[in-house]
Design a binder for this molecule. Structure first.
Ligand code: DHB
Length: 307
């Protein structure tokens, strides 16, 4: 039994897509909805549709992926329309990434007015907009954004965080987040921003935007993701942590849940394998649990041993 109940939602599986993967168009969203995934999250949306950065802007590598998509999306009305027509017990999340705080507030205000059973995942961590720093790396600006959101959106919501790399930063961000009771979940982590993948033969960067800099996913990021899940699960005692980063089999999904994740998103692997990845990873997770004698996710969630 891989089911998860949280925030009044029931998921038949802890796995779903990471925002950005299989969720830009209605057709992709429907593929995730009809798959073995336990939930669906939309591509981060802006007020207006965006074409995104010049191509090539995503490349697979031996250890994962690098991308600098630049927020290509159909504009928030498209995703609100999808949410309004959505008729499935599988929870739906709306990823929101306004180009400005005002844009994010406008989108959230319309979402609230529609009273949809659709939780926003507010993106504090897009690394791919030239000239725009990741909000989550500015603690004061993050606090201001969350205050404004809490004033305008009197409903439960979550945030997508960038990876942090220092205990002082985990503590500082946790203190910010703990001041907002309506903030019910954090998704850890977004891609590890601004890596540079170089092709030896051609002596070239492999993606075009930002001189080749892009967000890393896949094997590169698993230990960083697990550290962020673990630290925020401990520091945000009454909030949920959704794990994201480096999940490509049942083993990594198990590790995220052991570190404290309520549910687990799949990004790079889903991009490479398609929605059948959900069936495979779920079967592998179930086999690991059976071999270890665990019947439910709660039997091991957060029970990481330390030495
Ligand atoms: C994009 C990348 C991200 O990591 C994110 O959080 C939002 C958008 C992008 O490049 O499209």
């Amino acid at each position: 039994n891989l089911s998860v109940s949280w925030l009044g939602m029931k998921m038949s599986s802890p796995l779903f897509n990471a925002s950005g993967v299989y969720c830009r168009t209605r057709e992709e969203l429907e593929q995730v909805r009809r798959s073995a995934a336990g939930a669906v999250v939309t591509k981060s949306c802006t007020l207006e549709p965006r074409a995104g950065n010049p191509e090539p802007r995503y490349r697979r590598t031996a250890l994962g992926s690098i991308n600098s998509m630049g927020l290509p999306n159909e504009g928030y009305r498209y995703y609100l329309d999808y949410a309004q027509a959505y008729d499935d017990a599988k929870p739906l999340f709306l990823s929101v990434s306004g180009m400005t705080l005002d844009d994010t507030l406008t989108i959230l205000t319309e979402l609230a007015a529609l009273k949809l059973p659709c939780l926003p995942e507010v993106n504090l961590s897009c690394p791919n907009l030239p000239g725009k720093p990741q909000l989550g790396y500015d603690f004061a600006a993050s606090a201001e954004a969350l205050e404004a959101i809490s004033r305008r959106y009197a409903r439960p919501f979550g945030v997508k965080l960038p990876p942090y790399f220092d205990p002082a930063h985990f503590a500082a961000m946790a203190a910010v987040l703990n001041a907002f009771p309506l903030l019910r979940f954090v998704t850890c982590i977004n891609s590890v921003g601004n890596g540079l993948v170089i092709d030896l033969d051609s002596e070239s960067a492999v993606i075009k935007p930002k001189g080749g800099l892009g967000g890393l996913g896949g094997d590169y990021v698993l230990p960083t993701a697990l550290a962020n899940v673990r630290e925020f699960a401990v520091l945000l005692a009454d909030k949920h942590v959704i794990g994201c980063g480096g999940v490509k089999s049942g083993a990594e999904a198990f590790m995220h849940i052991l570190a404290g994740a309520t549910a687990v998103q799949v990004g790079t692997c889903l991009h490479e394998e398609g929605v059948s990845a959900f069936d495979r990873i779920e079967a592998e997770l179930a086999a690991i649990m059976q071999a270890k004698g665990y019947q439910r996710l709660e039997d091991f969630r957060g029970r990481l041993k330390t030495l």
